[in-house]
Every structure is written in C-alpha cells, then in structure tokens.
Design a protein around this ligand. Structure first.
Ligand code: UDP
Ligand code: MG
Length: 321
C-alpha cells in the first residue's frame, strides 16, 4: 500500500484545525488503497493550536506533530514537515481548507497514471482579493519568470503532491532563506498544474500583509537570480558612456566655439540623478550581502520544542533494547 504524508503548517489555527482534520478525513476515507498520515507543524502559534494538535494526535494515531519554539514562518514549517516525511507521496497544504483535499484523487492520478513527479495547484480567479494585490502578483510572476530559472504559472500555489524522489531533491537545498515556490520549480521534475476555485478562509484570518507580500516578491527574485546586480553594472556602463559623450561635446564647444555652458541646473540634475542611482545600486548590493551574511551564519531553519516523533523514536529504541 502506498503511503501519503500530509504536511500542514499551522499558525494560530486553533479555531479551524479540528474541522480541517474532519473534512480531510472524509476524503482519506474515500481512498482506502492509500495510507495517509498527517504531519502538523505548529509554527509558534500564540493561541491553543498546540493543545488542539495534541488532542487530535491522541484521537487519531495517524497524526504526528512538531511544535516550534517560536514563529519561524511558513517556509520553515514546510521544511520541517518535509524533513520528517517518509511517505511515497508528500502533500503540502494549508490548514484553513483554502487548499481543498477533494483534489487528492486527481493528484494521485497525475503521479501514478500520467507519469508526473508533482501535481501542483494554481488559482485562476482572485475573487475576494483587492485589485491592487492582483496586479502586484501578476507583475511579480512576470518579472520573476523572466529574471530567474524559476518558471511558475500565474497564481501558482504551494499546495501540491510530490513523489519521494522530488522531496529528497528539495531537502538537498538546505538554505536558510527559503522560497519554496522557487525551490519546487528549481529542482525540476515534471509538474502538472491543476486549478480550482478558491474559497474564503473557513476560520481565523490570513496572516499576510502587503508589506509581507512585497518582501516575498523581493525574496523570490533575489534568492534565484543575480540579474538585479547585473542590471546595476549595465546601468553604470550606460551612464558612463552617456557622460563621456556629454563631456566631449562640452569640451569641443568650450575649446573651439568658446561657448560656456550655463552651469548649475545641469550640475544639480547630474548630482541628483547619479546620487539616486548610486543609492539604489548600493541598496541592491546590500540586499545580496545581507543574504550572504544570513546564510553564512548557518543557523538552523527551525527549533523544535515538542514533537510526537520523538516519542516514536524512543519507543523504537526501547523495543530494540
Ligand atoms: N502559516 C504558518 N506560519 C506563518 C504564517 C502562516 O505556518 O507564520 C500557515 C497558516 O497556518 C496556514 C498557511 O500557512 O496554514 C497559509 O497561511 P494563510 O492562510 O494565513 O495565508 P494565505 O492563505 O492568505 O496565503
Ligand atoms: Mg489561507
């Protein structure tokens, strides 16, 4: 029997977690040929998510949980889940039922019958989302597909089912600053994209803010491309050429025709323009240096406080003795 691990990052999901498990169990029960296991990752929630997890784990023996010592972010939670997964197929999904479990059969079919290594989801409609956010994300997908090796369709989501081989490849990328959508695409393998109509969050509220999305977009590009650095170099070269031509023209004018160019407006423009460009270039450079700095510390991606995986390991040890 094939095994499937469901990795579910949870941050302040106490209100909806039980409902999520009961809804997902309905789909699991309709697929008796597969053995499912949940890996719930509590990402330092400030509510009672951990207690709900513990309760659920007591109730169902196919529920495993990992609880972080603080909030490390969804990316870290997904990584922890992937690290602990052992199944043939691995699913990454949200706890708010915005990623409907009813597409499992479709995903399994893509992996088993159609020969894909991954079946990922994208959303076509952006209902209930502000226009501004929609335009911004469309722009982000366009730019990042152009600049990086990462090719994702517009509306690509993290929700996907992957083969063991692909998960192992993802785990080889142990960078601290993780951008999963990029990593999923970077490792290659054949991905089938399916779409479904998104629904409103069932319980709780989204934790994303616009500033967070902006940071996410910058991460998406800088984690996978040095194009912005190249851009500053090219811009420098172009400005240098233009100013060279300008200098030659001014010199000729002054030496041969005795025209003195009227002064300070041009100077002011040049100073401000170059100042702005220099600042921007330093900023881009700084962004990459910051990344090198964070990576070079080589800190762990997450820290576990509680987990019932340990209990399992301890039991195994006891049995061996
Ligand atoms: N999440 C997490 N850590 C965080 C923020 C979110 O583990 O710091 C989880 C959250 O519990 C949910 C998923 O990531 O299962 C997606 O979060 P959310 O629904 O807030 O984002 P959206 O659906 O708006 O993208
Ligand atoms: Mg959500």
């Amino acid at each position: 029997m094939k095994t499937i691990d469901l990795i579910v990052p949870c941050y302040n999901e106490e209100a909806g977690l039980e409902y999520f498990v009961s809804e997902t169990n309905k789909v699991i029960d309709s697929l008796p040929d597969y053995s499912f296991r949940y890996i719930l990752v509590n990402d330092g929630s400030r509510d009672k998510t951990y207690l709900v997890m513990k309760k659920l784990a007591k109730e169902f023996n196919n529920i495993k949980y990992i609880s972080f010592s603080r909030n490390f972010g969804k990316e870290a939670a997904m990584y922890a889940g992937l690290q602990h997964s052992t199944a043939d197929y691995v699913v990454v999904m949200d706890a708010d039922l915005q990623h409907p479990p009813c597409v499992f059969p479709q995903m399994i079919e893509a992996l088993e019958k159609e020969g894909y290594d991954c079946c990922a989801t994208k959303r076509d409609d952006r209902e209930g989302e502000s226009k501004f956010r929609g335009i911004f994300s469309k722009l982000f997908f366009k730019i990042s597909n152009k600049l990086t090796d990462v090719k994702n369709p517009y509306g690509a989501m993290d929700y996907r089912m992957m083969t063991r081989q692909m998960v192992d490849a993802i785990l080889e990328l142990s960078e601290v600053q993780r951008f999963s959508k990029g990593i999923f695409s970077w490792v290659g393998f054949n991905t089938k994209w399916i779409s479904f109509k998104t629904v409103e969050r069932q319980h709780g509220t989204t934790t994303w803010k616009f500033s967070g999305l902006f940071k996410y977009a910058i991460d998406g590009i800088t984690c996978f491309s040095v194009a912005p650095l190249r851009f500053t170099a090219v811009m420098g070269a172009v400005i240098f050429l233009i100013s060279l031509i300008y200098i030659i023209i001014t010199l000729i004018q002054t030496l041969f025709f005795g025209i003195t160019t009227p002064g300070y407006v041009t100077t002011l423009c040049a100073v401000l323009f170059l100042g702005g460009i220099t600042e921007m270039s330093i900023g881009i450079l700084g962004e990459y240096i910051g990344r090198i700095y964070m990576e070079s510390k080589d800190r762990p991606i997450y820290i576990t406080k509680h987990s019932n995986f340990e209990e399992e390991n301890n039991e195994e040890k006891e049995n061996m003795q």
